[in-house]
Design a protein around this ligand. Structure first.
Ligand SMILES: Cc1cc2nc3c(=O)[nH]c(=O)nc-3n(C[C@H](O)[C@H](O)[C@H](O)COP(=O)(O)O)c2cc1C
Length: 199
């Protein structure tokens, strides 16, 4: 509908070996299919122009592999660089969400998602959860269920450590697409509300 503002969603991610990049592409695809203008930014090579794009985005979705029970060091470096934005609360009021991938089924991915949530809160951003019921969690559940790993805070994926990026599970890809679509929709609601209240 033309009266609903078109949100700009940035996907800011790191991927050491390509697995999390597959998720980032899926998140971006989901957001674009839901009507958002989407930017995908690899945070380990982020440029000044891309920092400006992040500053202008309505939503930022953070993504990184889980390394040693938290986001990868490259993502942490980006997070530390973002403290320049924190000083002025330049990202306050933006929408945020997150996703991660690990080698073990669990692999302490919740720590990574919790880290993204904390980072977003420090920036004064509004966190959007995954918004899916857990899949593969009943006697009739299947491994191919959406949200097969049962996360609530964000999207989680698991890929065998000895397999390439083409082995990222199709359920995890669909779950990542769902997160992107949800962020695009919720951001549009947010923008429409702001426009209606003229704030
Ligand atoms: C330095 C390092 C630390 C890792 N730590 C964990 C971990 O804590 N938990 C886990 O399940 N997998 C861990 N893994 C496996 C990665 O999360 C997994 O291979 C993932 O698919 C890598 O994603 P990427 O290709 O986007 O870098 C680790 C891998 C590396 C290289």
């Amino acid at each position: 509908m033309s009266s609903i503002p078109r949100p700009t969603v940035a996907v800011a991610f790191h991927s050491g070996y390509g697995h999390t990049a597959v998720m980032a592409e899926a998140v971006a695809r989901g957001a674009a299919d839901a009507g958002a203008e989407v930017l995908t930014i690899a945070v380990d090579t982020v440029t000044d122009e891309q920092w400006a794009q992040l500053d202008a985005a309505d939503a930022i979705i953070f993504g990184a592999p889980t390394y040693m029970g938290t986001a990868s060091a490259a993502f942490h470096a980006f997070a530390e660089q973002s403290s320049k934005r924190w000083y002025t609360q330049a990202w306050a009021g933006k929408i945020a969400a997150g996703f991660t991938n690990s080698g073990a089924k669990n692999g302490d991915k919740s720590s990574t998602l919790g880290y993204f949530f904390t980072m977003a809160a420090q920036h004064g951003m509004h966190w959007i959860s995954l918004g899916l019921q857990p899949g593969w969690a009943s006697t009739t559940g299947q491994e191919d269920d959406l949200n097969r790993l049962g996360y609530f805070v964000g999207a989680g994926a698991q890929t065998p450590v000895d397999a390439g990026p083409d082995a990222v599970h199709k359920s995890d890809i669909a779950t990542a697409e769902s997160l992107g679509a949800r962020v695009a929709r919720e951001t549009a609601f947010f923008l429409a509300g702001r426009a209606a209240l003229a704030v």
